[in-house]
Structure formats: structure tokens, C-alpha cells
Design a protein around this ligand. Structure first.
Ligand SMILES: O=C(O)CCC(=O)C(=O)O
Length: 392
């Protein structure tokens, strides 16, 4: 990728002399990288040895080139006679991997390529344009930043991001025509991913029937519905009215990718995440004790179980830790679309998945509980979800 001109950067040269390295990265990592100020990984980005990605030591344990094949779900086959079979594959993916690749999903290729392109063009803007969206307010409708949370992180991650809250009142705050048509492309993409998410969520909730293990099911006389069917409909209505935000990630090339991470290990606090990648690998998931890379399938979405779905499924489906690694040859972009219930709505384990042999495992939880938690604690690994467990 062509490097940006260094015109807007003289201030960075001055800041570079400051002792506080974080001042240098106030306007993001890309600005410093584009100004050719990075020759080696700066101390601020070097992770302690045990947390480094060990890219050269990736195992080949049943995996190709340190990568392995995630289950692939053919979304179009959920319609028609194959649905029961696809639901079983979904249940298997959510139970054993927490992740799957979604293909034949029906979102038009130009909606996807326009979004990828708009993301790339946003990060190619001069830093003076991008910095207009910088904010330390984690609930701002639009927020440009670097690392995970640059005001708190001890070690910085090798990425810049643009976070876009997708609720209608937030849309007028999104970048509109700088870059050209950005808002148009991003709104179209957000609408399409929300619609797709709802269909996937319905199938995922239905697939829980494939793994129920004997909870009490009580029939009520209201239109012949069982309690569990009502609970399943309720969660779908909740996610339909729920929140969505998108994280546009940009990972610059890195002089030594073994020393740092694009995003550290975390699970997602949502119901389901739909991740779009460009053609550069970088996502790794924690699977059977190893970090394994997920190969890019062009135009597919990588879908993962979030903490709220783990709670709803009473632990049947796992919100699996994942991270992003970086490379020395090419910048990478990804767009993660996070889908949740409304912020006040308490999500509880599905009653039909609770029984004497499989007791309730989680406290009811909503987004506000999560926000309270991250005010005082670091959000890393799966520590928030752990704090919601009734026993370990
Ligand atoms: O870029 C990726 O592959 C991972 C993105 C991610 O985990 C996130 O945005 O939370």
C-alpha cells in the first residue's frame, strides 16, 4: 500500500522527543508509521514474553501450516430440506469451536467490497481528517483510536480502529463524504449485516434444541407454545431491538510481528459477531489449548459466539478467546460487527437447558453490568464472563 505523505506530521517529530511515548501515538499508530518514524517495534508495543504470539512456533498438530479449518456453514442450505442437518453442524461448531465461517450468505459482493474499500479509504485519509473522530469517551457514537483503550493500556496493541455505533441517532455523527460515500457504504453494510445476523441468530437459537439435555419443559395453553419456544422467541425479539456497533480495524505492517499483537486475547461481549476480513490472515482462535490461525475465505464472514450467547445457552455454546496477530509485509483490515440485546435487557440461561444434572451456571447479565465491570477492571481474556459464573 502506498504510504501517505508526511505533510501533516511535523508535530509528531517534536512529540517524538517527549519522554512519554504514549504522546507520540495520540493520533494513532498509522500516523507514526506513515511518517517513517518506526524502524523497530517501540517498547510501548512489546508484550511480555509469555504473551507474545510465537509465530514461528505455530504447531502443525492436525492443522495445515499452523492454520486449521473452521467449520463452514452454507447459509443458503438453511432454507429447504437440509435445514436439520445444517442446524446440527451449527450446534457442533458453536459447541466445539465457538466459531464458524459463513458462506453463501446472500449479502451482495458489492456491499462487501464497498465496505472494505470505504474502510481502506478512511484509514488512508490524512491524519488531520482521522483525528476529528478521536475520543476518550468509550460510549461515543464514533470513536477513532489506537490499541485497545489507549488511555488505559499498559502495552499498546498494533492497530488503529474506528468504532461506529449503528443505532439511528448515531448515524449523523459518522464520517459522511470524507472519504467519499463512506456513510452510504457503511450504513448499507450495517443494515445488511444486521439482517443477516438476525437470520443466523434464529438458526443458532433453534440449533440449541439439538443439544438440549433434559431440562423440564412445561406446556402452556397459549397457542400450544411451550415455555422454551416463548423464551426462544423472546431472545430473537430482544436481539432484533438490540444494539449493533462496528469496529473497523487497521493493522499496519510491523517490523517484528513476534513481539506484539494487533488485538490481545479476548472474548466478545455480545450475542454474535460477524467478522469481515480482507485477503490477509491475522485472526487466531484459542482451540484445544493452542492458538490457531483462521484462513481467509474470500467474502465469507467469520461468525463467533459472544458472552451473551454463552450465558443464554447456559455454557453449551462457548464464547472463545481470539486475538489478531500482525505481519511484516502488508497492512490488514477487518470489520467486526457486534450484535447484542438492548443495554438494559438482562440475559438469563435458557430454562430448557437447566436441569438437576445441568444446573444454572451464570448470573443474569446485561450490557450495563458489563460497562460497570470495565470501569474498574481490565477487559481481557474472558474475565468478565468468569465474574458472571455461579460456580467454576
Ligand atoms: O481483526 C481481527 O481478526 C479480529 C478483530 C476482533 O477480534 C475485534 O475487533 O474484537
Amino acid at each position: 500500500m502506498a504510504k501517505m505523505t508526511v505533510m501533516a506530521i511535523p508535530a509528531l517529530e517534536k512529540e517524538k522527543k517527549d519522554d512519554d511515548e504514549s504522546v507520540l501515538y495520540e493520533k494513532g499508530l498509522k500516523a507514526v508509521w506513515d511518517a517513517n518514524l518506526i524502524k523497530a517495534v517501540p517498547n510501548r508495543f512489546i508484550f511480555p514474553s509469555p504473551q507474545r504470539p510465537k509465530l514461528h512456533h505455530a504447531t502443525n498438530n492436525g492443522k495445515t501450516n499452523g492454520h486449521f479449518k473452521l467449520p463452514v456453514i452454507h447459509f443458503d442450505q438453511l432454507r429447504g430440506p437440509n435445514r436439520p442437518h445444517v442446524l446440527r453442524s451449527l450446534a457442533d461448531a458453536c459447541q466445539n469451536y465457538g466459531f464458524f465461517q459463513l458462506v453463501n450468505h446472500g449479502i451482495a459482493e458489492d456491499v462487501i467490497s464497498n465496505m472494505r474499500d470505504a474502510t481502506r479509504r478512511f484509514f488512508d485519509l490524512p491524519v488531520t481528517e482521522r483525528e476529528k473522530y478521536m475520543s476518550s469517551d468509550v460510549s461515543a457514537p464514533v470513536r477513532y483510536g489506537t490499541s485497545f483503550n489507549q488511555t488505559k493500556d499498559g502495552v499498546f496493541c498494533w492497530r488503529d480502529f474506528l468504532k461506529l455505533v449503528c443505532d439511528p441517532p448515531a448515524l449523523p455523527h459518522w464520517p459522511s463524504n470524507s472519504p467519499l460515500d463512506f456513510r452510504k457504504c457503511a450504513v448499507k453494510y450495517a443494515e445488511n449485516t444486521k439482517a443477516l445476523f438476525l437470520k443466523v441468530a434464529e438458526a443458532v437459537v433453534e440449533s440449541l434444541g439439538a443439544v438440549q439435555d433434559g431440562g423440564d419443559q412445561e406446556v402452556v395453553n397459549d397457542e400450544n407454545m411451550t415455555f422454551d419456544e416463548k423464551d426462544e422467541e423472546k431472545i430473537i425479539t430482544q436481539v432484533k431491538n438490540g444494539s449493533q456497533f462496528m469496529m473497523l480495524n487497521y493493522y499496519p505492517q510491523c517490523p517484528n510481528p513476534d513481539l506484539t499483537l494487533g488485538i490481545p486475547p479476548h472474548s466478545d461481549f455480545d450475542f454474535l459477531t460477524l467478522l469481515l476480513q480482507d485477503d490477509v490472515n491475522g485472526l487466531q482462535i484459542h482451540h484445544r489449548g493452542d492458538w490457531v490461525g483462521v484462513d481467509v475465505i474470500p467474502n465469507a464472514f467469520v461468525v463467533n459466539v459472544g458472552d451473551l450467547l454463552e450465558i443464554f445457552s447456559n455454557g453449551k455454546y462457548k464464547s472463545v478467546m481470539h486475538r489478531a496477530v500482525v505481519n511484516s509485509f502488508k497492512p490488514r483490515i477487518s470489520v467486526a460487527s457486534f450484535h447484542s440485546t438492548p443495554v438494559e435487557t438482562i440475559v438469563e440461561p435458557l430454562p430448557k437447558l437447566i436441569s438437576s444434572s445441568n444446573p444454572r451456571r451464570y448470573k443474569g447479565t446485561n450490557f450495563l453490568t458489563f460497562l460497570e465491570y470495565i470501569k474498574t477492571s481490565d477487559y481481557k481474556k474472558k474475565n468478565f464472563l468468569e465474574s458472571r459464573k455461579l460456580f467454576t
